[in-house]
Write a protein of this length. Structure first.
Ligand code: SF4
Length: 362
């Protein structure tokens, strides 16, 4: 059986219109009052959708306000320097999201006169824009009936249709996109997609879904069979790799702090950090002092421990042993290595773990 036939079979005996009605009605009365829902500005909706990837709504809200205040229009973001954009994103993580967004809005400004394209082909060809973002922005901002299927929506639909396919597989996502293409409301695709997302966030949650309060309970096959807790099926990815290294808040005789820019590609690209031995972790403090002295061209005699810091990325976990130390400087500043004052430090975007080290140092 091909995917199309399989989808047809899944939708047999499913009351599409009644489902749309129950879902959208509930959304219109119960939806949360979120800042990006205040209007249909495609730029703001796009920013919110990018922020919401892998990040909780509560965390996103203050960032969204700050970001939109700083870059109120697509043109303002397109014209901004990368350093400013990274600074506004500082702490949100997954920085490739904002680098891609920045590149994409520049393209929109150049190619489409600053208007977010309403065409699926044009919008989805922009940097960093995948099928989910395409569906979310086109449906919410322009009312185009495109599916917006992320992990949240797949969980809800796995339960409603009692689908046991592994949601970690790309083919499963495609199947769900086909299902949503068939059941999406053409009268109100915006509310339909948002309602599915909202249902996943408020009612059909990963653990202990609130089935007895659910507006689409009568359509839900997993609930009817009592198997909602077993869905969705998702295989685990590889265990993250643990990496331990040292870092130091290094000050010079004037009390300035040494910072350096990370490489322009790879993890946390172009963010700033304190001197460290991430690429060749040293076995002990003496070796670390020697490494820092040679690599950063300073005379460093002793260091003091600040503490141990941990940060979990999707595929890697960092354990940083952090120190402080005074050094006699021998190296002059350049574009990627600087001595800065405490006030100047605030102009540079640092990964969260280095912000924590700084707070502990202070
Ligand atoms: Fe989710 Fe339960 Fe509603 Fe089904 S009835 S959609 S499992 S909350």
């Amino acid at each position: 059986m091909n995917v199309k036939e399989n989808v047809q079979q899944i939708l047999e005996h499913f009351h599409i219109e009644q489902f749309q009605h129950d879902l959208i009605d509930w959304f219109r009365t119960e939806q949360r009052n979120l800042p990006w829902r205040k209007n249909k500005d495609p730029y703001k909706i796009w920013v919110s959708e990018v922020m919401l990837q892998q990040t909780r709504v509560d965390t996103v809200i203050p960032y969204f306000y700050q970001f939109i205040e700083k870059f109120p229009t697509l043109d303002a973001l397109a014209d901004a320097k990368e350093e400013e954009v990274l600074k506004a994103w500082e702490g949100l993580g997954y920085y490739s999201r904002v680098r891609n967004l920045h590149a994409a809005v520049k393209e929109v400004k150049e190619k489409y006169g600053g208007r977010v394209p309403a065409s699926k082909e044009q919008f989805s060809s922009l940097k960093g824009v995948g099928p989910y973002t395409t569906g979310a922005v086109l449906s919410i901002a322009y009312g185009i009936p495109e599916p917006a299927v992320d992990g949240n929506v797949m969980r809800v639909l796995s339960r409603i249709f009692y689908i046991t396919d592994d949601i970690a597989r790309a083919s499963t996502r495609k199947k769900f996109e086909q299902i949503v293409s068939c059941i999406i409301s053409h009268d109100d695709p915006s509310d339909f997609n948002q309602a599915l997302m909202e249902l996943g966030a408020l009612v059909c949650t990963p653990k202990n879904p609130s089935c007895f309060l659910c507006p689409v309970q009568r359509h839900c096959r997993a609930f009817a069979e009592g198997v909602e807790a077993e869905l969705p099926v998702k295989t685990k990815g590889k265990a993250p790799k643990h990496v331990a290294f040292r870092a130091i808040v290094l000050t010079n005789e004037e009390g300035k702090i040494r910072i350096e820019k990370r490489p322009s590609s790879g993890l946390l690209a172009n963010l700033w950090q304190f001197p460290n031995d991430e690429h060749a972790p040293t076995p002990n403090e003496q070796a670390f002092i020697k490494e820092i002295s040679e690599r950063y061209h300073v005379v460093l005699r002793s260091i003091q421990r600040i503490g141990t810091f941990e940060h979990v990325f999707s595929h890697i976990v960092w354990h940083i042993e952090a120190y402080k130390g005074n050094a006699l400087e021998l190296q002059i500043d350049d574009e990627t290595n600087k001595w800065v004052t405490v006030d100047e430090l605030n102009q540079y975007a640092f990964p969260v773990i280095y912000q924590k080290i700084w707070q502990a140092y202070e």
